[in-house]
Design a binder for this molecule. Sequence first.
Ligand code: P1T
Length: 385
Amino acid sequence: MTSEHRFETDAIHAGYEPDKVTGAVMPPIYASTTFEQDAPGHDRGYEYSRTGNPTRSALEGNLAALEGAAFGRAYASGMAAINTVLNLFESGDHVVAERDLYGGTHRLFRQVYEQYDLSFTFVDMDDPAAVDAACTEHTQLVWAETPTNPLLKVVDIEAIAEVANAHDALFGVDNTFATPYLQRPLDLGADIVCHSLTKYLGGHSDVVGGALLTDDAALDERFGFYQNAVGATPDPFGCFLVLRGTKTLPVRMDRHCSNARAVASWLDDRPEVSRVYYPGLTGHPQHALADRQMSNFGGMVSFELDTDLETASAFISDLEVFTLAESLGGVESLIEQPASMTHAALPADERRKAGLSDGLIRASIGLEHVDDLLEDLERAFNNIP
Ligand code: P1T
């Protein structure tokens, strides 16, 4: 499904044309579990909704166009999508992954797949040589997020794709934080793009979903096999909600980016903040790479308070415009403490090794007026004893 138009146009139209019978402009929610067949084994494109559903097809076509992918598959959650990638491998296989990953991804790797004898090596991918050194003859997959969750490190997709290729390993990129509006990993040499649709693509904190995109027909066929065989597929209403979200992705992302840049610069000047993590700041170690690889720097900002877990926790609890909650990418600003929330599944020593201090705070900057966000932060800073 190659993209025929510019991103903003595809976001609205790709994957669906007004219904031939009714003219419905929005894709119908096909709430049918099963589809009539003309003769046994002769369906009209759909047989059973776990296997395929027209609302899901519309979403898959839309997402594929946005990532510039030939194929797209939707899943019940971001974790279900990542799980599907791991379904490809056998015991004895090895995965090299960026150290800074969503805590749930780390948990899936270590607490589910290690028991099936898959092994994982975590490296800092700001150095492609470290990935090369970690690959073995058993390495089947190299896996990264960029920007990473929660430290907003930027991974050089082209450089890591080359390393993975040299080892005949697949390279998968979780593009949840950037979205295809800011970065298209397949164009830079990745084999698989993964999304938590729960975040910016859904965009309104009202649907959980996931997706895998690829240009490789054989891989896509296996992804489709696992949709049907495992059954972690999204329901048609969820697909509809994500489709509704992708239509406004470009306008939402523009504001997420400009608000986040303003918040990051403001935090950078605060005496209470010892470090700000935002790829758009010139002081970010991979700012030049982010500038080259992404069209803007995203809506996520992390920062460190030089305090203990309790003080950092009291600070974020005191905010009124920011909502204290896990997740990200919705219209509302969310704030959280990785050590006790999104990354609590990591053992404490691993968390420290990954650079996640107790005073680390992660904010998903929403679409509110930026001055209300800054005033909220200022008030809570002034309340720190
Ligand atoms: O929540 P789910 O849709 O299953 O997606 C998992 C996931 C995958 N990849 C990244 C980069 C993610 O950030 C997530 C989910 N993250 C959060 C819930 C969070 O607050 O970071």
